[in-house]
Design a protein around this ligand. Structure first.
Ligand code: NDP
Length: 333
């Protein structure tokens, strides 16, 4: 079976030559292991950080070894009594066609009618929990809040905006990188206003969309977006720092928000979120978000790239905004 290895560490934007397609034997599961045929792979922005050889909250990919990441698939052989062939599972050994996974690192996932298994890579998985925990636990969203979310047409952002609306935000504004995405935000996801950040200065567009300012900013982007949000936040406003994708391919440190000192007078709270801290919320998250999905109150979208051989390209496209909703790779069969 095939797997993708990290062939080189990029400087700046990654390129296809940074990845190598390698044929490797499929290992029969030993006691406490399961063999999974992966059917959908996740590519995520955080993987860009793992291509660098730097210490972070998650270790770097190793050169010349298989990469990993979220994946779903079906058990084909089991050395663990908790799993049987045919079980649908979520696990962390993506970037390969077959994975021999320690059973304790595989999760059997319940199927919800009308919801594809791949939802566990998106709305019901890591990005969904990031949105839920970031907005509710860290951002402490309150009814009536005016909310701004960047990266709003992506996996995390599209869920943030919809949860804000479902929880009674009085204004939900989103930004994204194309006219089509912007139209989706207001037309399908129920955002009150949206703009294309490529059309003009973010600060000016945000001021038009939220003339009275905002109470809560969910940051997926960093840079100019964060600066604009700091200006738009009112007294005691909060910013949830979730991602800074505008900077992930920078080769030198980006300048901080020039207006950070505004945080003093406005008594702002800027707080980071890491999804890994919020496992305890998972049952509540699955129940509430799963309920909204069943009731048709929450929409989720996927951009599907076909073919295992296209996994690196799917990842590169994700970094440039080629996705709406969750970017996933569909494997044959
Ligand atoms: P998305 O589905 O949002 O995909 C990434 C999107 O980023 C692209 O579609 C693109 O959309 C946008 N983008 C790329 N470059 C820029 C730029 N220069 N300025 C503005 N937008 C840009 O990915 P996810 O939903 O998976 O992740 C969203 C963010 O959340 C990322 O920053 C990620 O690192 C972070 N994250 C953090 C977690 C945590 O625990 N803290 C967990 C999960 C994700 P567009 O066309 O709009 O430009």
């Amino acid at each position: 079976a095939r797997e993708w290895h990290l062939a080189a560490r990029p400087r700046g934007w990654p390129v296809p030559a940074d990845f190598a397609l390698v044929e490797a034997p499929v290992r029969t599961p030993g006691p406490g292991e399961v063999l999974v045929r992966n059917t959908r792979l996740s590519v995520d922005p955080y993987m860009r950080g793992r291509m660098n050889d730097v210490k972070s909250y998650i270790p770097p990919f190793r050169l010349g070894e298989a990469m990993d990441g979220g994946a779903v698939g079906y058990v084909v052989a089991s050395g663990d009594e908790g799993f049987a062939p045919g079980d649908a599972v979520l696990h962390g050994l993506g970037w390969r066609e077959y994975a021999t996974v320690p059973a304790k690192h595989a999760v059997k996932v319940p199927r919800i009618e009308g919801v594809p298994l791949s939802a566990y890579l998106g709305v019901l998985g890591m990005p969904g929990l990031t949105a839920y925990a970031g907005l509710l636990a860290v951002g402490a969203l309150k009814e009536g809040d005016r909310v701004f979310v960047s990266g709003a047409a992506g996996a995390v952002g599209s869920i943030v905006g919809q949860i804000a609306r479902l929880k009674g935000a009085s204004l939900v504004v989103g930004s994204a990188g194309s006219a089509e995405k912007v139209a989706r935000l207001t037309g399908e996801y129920g955002f009150d206003a949206a703009f294309n950040y490529k059309d003009g200065p973010v600060g000016e567009q945000l001021a038009k969309a939220a003339p009275e300012g905002i109470d809560l900013y969910f940051d997926n982007v960093g840079g100019e977006h964060l600066e604009a949000a700091i200006s738009a936040l009112g007294v005691h406003g909060r910013a949830v720092l979730c991602g800074a994708i505008a900077q992930y391919n920078d080769t030198s440190a980006a300048p901080g928000p020039r207006n950070l000192a505004m945080a003093i007078g406005k008594r702002l709270r800027l707080e980071g979120v890491l999804v890994g801290d919020h496992d305890a919320l998972r049952p509540q998250f699955l129940a509430e978000v799963g309920g909204w999905l069943k009731d048709g109150k929450l929409r989720f979208e996927e951009t599907v790239v076909d073919g295992f051989e296209n996994t690196p390209q799917a990842f590169l496209d994700l970094l440039r905004g080629g996705n709406t909703g969750k970017m996933v790779v569909r494997l044959d069969g």
